[in-house]
Unconditional design. Structure first.
Length: 97
């Protein structure tokens, strides 16, 4: 399914990201959020990996087949890469502005 924006009444901007065979299902995208919004990444992968959000210095370990969440307040303007550590797989860019 790739990267999907799930809009709702919640205060957080939610994005679903599925990774299989070291590829993002669909294509890598730019996730656009407003400065000050809370970003919620819902992730699922088929292998144990470490996810890193550059600029915010967030790192989390993901387990295969387990839904994981990463949340942060988008309080730094700019464009920030989300990648799998060690493999260098580019997941998406978070554009805060």
């Amino acid at each position: 399914m790739g990267v999907v924006l799930l809009c709702g009444a919640a205060a957080a901007r939610e994005f679903e990201i599925n990774i299989r065979d070291r590829r993002v299902e669909g294509s890598a995208s730019t996730l656009r959020v407003q400065h000050g919004e809370t970003v919620l990444l819902r992730l699922r992968t088929d292998e144990a990996v470490s996810l890193h959000v550059h600029g915010y210095d967030l790192t989390t370990d993901l387990a295969p087949g387990v839904a994981s969440e990463v949340s942060f307040k988008a309080d730094i303007p700019g464009v920030f890469e989300v990648e799998l550590e060690r493999s260098g797989l580019h997941i998406a860019d978070v554009r805060v502005g």
